[in-house]
Design a protein around this ligand. Structure first.
Ligand code: G6P
Length: 479
């Protein structure tokens, strides 16, 4: 491997698009990691042959950079693993990223923990990522920093490599200024982000929140979509704007038409006893996803006899996530207890009410679930975007499914013909389920067609191009 290789486009995210997996016999392999980010960026990286810097998902293993070939979109890109040791995983990843920032940025659905030691580790690890990027970025390269785990990297990278054009994109919401103000290191985080030339968010609302935080907490001026950052020799302009992320819509459409996937979907329906309605939820097992809320709604409908266990089956895929973080462990217990209660009360020997699957599935199997599902339930309490909603829509080539979508997911800004719900309103979810079950074919088709058109027009390549073109135009000067 040529250690001096330099790249014009470098993406950096906490997690690499592949996980290092070591089997019981000690043999190590690479496996695609879960999460929307990978799905979103893989096609972009494959077409532009760049480098991707990130953590390989294992502790303390020094791994050499390598070429990753043959992703979904074909092509290849360079992978640069960044090493994290066990205490860094505890303090930086599980701690500051996922027990401080994650709950704070998702409107305190869980209580954020503030620990100075975690913060110090976050600073240190961000520095390591910044250095790793600086080493592989060609002169004048474009670097795209992803997500809340790496908010300090833009500023740290600019300090080492002022020649680089730096973009930052937040996949998760940016909280209201009053919530963000809780963070003891709020100024440092804002300064970290303002090291970028362009700060991207999912929704217009996130941009507003960010602008307000910058004005109130740093006292900087903003004008339209630009922050005026005072520097030693004047002012540097940092742009911020919304770039709602999408998916590789064509790939999902192709899967939706694939005879093997369709046969598998039919098999799933038969295995469930051919119920009239299959409801589906697919989420990382996360408290932001509102899984309990939808289970409660479904359970109540069964209890009230408004749906029958033989007629309607709910499949809930819960992809394991952040399993050593306490709030996630409690959530899992809660959800599994709820599923067991519903099944104990309503399942019969032949029919199960909730089919709960706590694992991840290959993309083809996910597509078969999407094809089989008559109703998709996305009831997130807060979600940056929610790509599952868009994947369901893209896969639904018969235009025959119904999407129940939370108003608090970024996707609701775009998928306006979904059945929009407030996930806190259990009666509202119940009504939406009943409405979807009785919806005419004409209405289902009309709603789904409009959503599919949107997802196809605004696919992930268009998203990445729009962002990278805007970044290219940034020059730090006033607009
Ligand atoms: C969300 C975040 C991503 C993250 C993914 C999976 O989508 O926005 O940054 O990679 O969840 O979470 P994990 O903690 O397993 O990386």
């Amino acid at each position: 491997m040529d250690q001096t290789q330099r790249f014009d486009l470098v993406v950096v995210s906490n997690r690499l698009p592949v996980d290092r997996v070591v089997a019981a016999d000690g043999i190590a392999t690479w496996r695609r990691s879960p999460g929307g980010l990978v799905t979103a960026l893989e096609p972009v990286m494959a077409t532009s042959h760049g480098a991707w810097v990130g953590w390989p998902g294992v502790t303390s293993e020094r791994l050499d950079p390598f070429e990753l070939k043959g992703g979904l979109a074909g092509g290849s890109f360079h992978v640069v693993p960044v090493e994290l040791n066990e205490s860094e995983i505890v303090e930086y990843y599980e701690g500051f990223a996922n027990a401080t920032l994650w709950p704070l940025y998702h409107d305190l659905i869980a209580v954020p923990e503030y620990h100075r030691q975690w913060w110090e580790c976050y600073v240190k690890v961000n520095e390591r990522f910044a250095r790793a990027v600086a080493e592989v970025a060609a002169p004048g390269a474009t670097v795209w920093v992803q997500d809340y785990q790496l908010q300090l990297v833009p500023q740290q990278l600019r300090a080492i490599r002022p020649d680089i054009k730096i973009g930052f994109f937040s996949h998760i919401p940016f909280p209201g200024a009053d919530l963000f103000a809780q963070l003891p290191w709020r100024e440092q985080v804002l300064q970290g982000l303002l090291g970028a030339d362009l700060v991207g968010f999912q929704r217009v609302e996130d941009c507003r929140n960010f602008g307000r935080a910058v004005r109130h907490l740093l006292g900087y001026r903003t004008q339209r979509d630009t922050v005026q950052v005072p520097t030693e020799n004047g002012t540097r302009m940092v742009r911020y704007s919304d770039y709602p992320i999408s998916i590789d819509a064509k790939a999902f459409e192709t899967l939706g038409r694939d005879p093997k996937v369709r046969a598998r979907a039919e098999q799933i329906r038969q295995d469930l006893g051919s119920p009239k309605t299959i409801l589906l939820g697919i989420d990382r097992l996360d408290y932001t996803k509102g899984i309990r809320h939808r289970l409660k709604a479904f359970g109540e409908l069964l209890g009230e006899g408004r749906i029958d266990v033989g007629d309607a089956a709910l499949i809930q895929v819960a992809v394991p996530s952040r399993e050593r973080v306490r709030t996630y462990q409690r959530l899992r217990d809660d959800i599994e207890l709820t599923v067991a209660r519903i099944n104990g009360e309503f399942s019969t020997v032949g029919d199960t009410a909730v089919h709960y699957l706590h694992r991840s599935f290959p993309r083809e199997e996910m597509a078969a679930f999407y094809v089989a599902a008559d109703i998709m339930l996305v009831t997130a309490l807060r979600d940056g975007m929610n790509l599952v909603a868009k994947e369901y829509v893209a896969t639904n080539t018969d235009n025959n499914g119904a999407l129940i979508l939370s108003e608090f997911a970024g996707a609701s800004d775009e998928l306006k013909t979904a059945l929009l719900v407030n996930p806190h309103d259990i009666d509202g979810i119940k009504s939406a389920i009943l409405y979807a079950m009785q919806m005419s074919k004409t209405e289902r088709t009309r709603r789904m067609r409009a959503m599919r058109r949107h997802v196809h027009e605004d696919n992930v390549l268009a998203w990445a191009h729009r962002y990278l073109e805007d970044l290219d135009r940034c020059d730090g000067a006033a607009a």
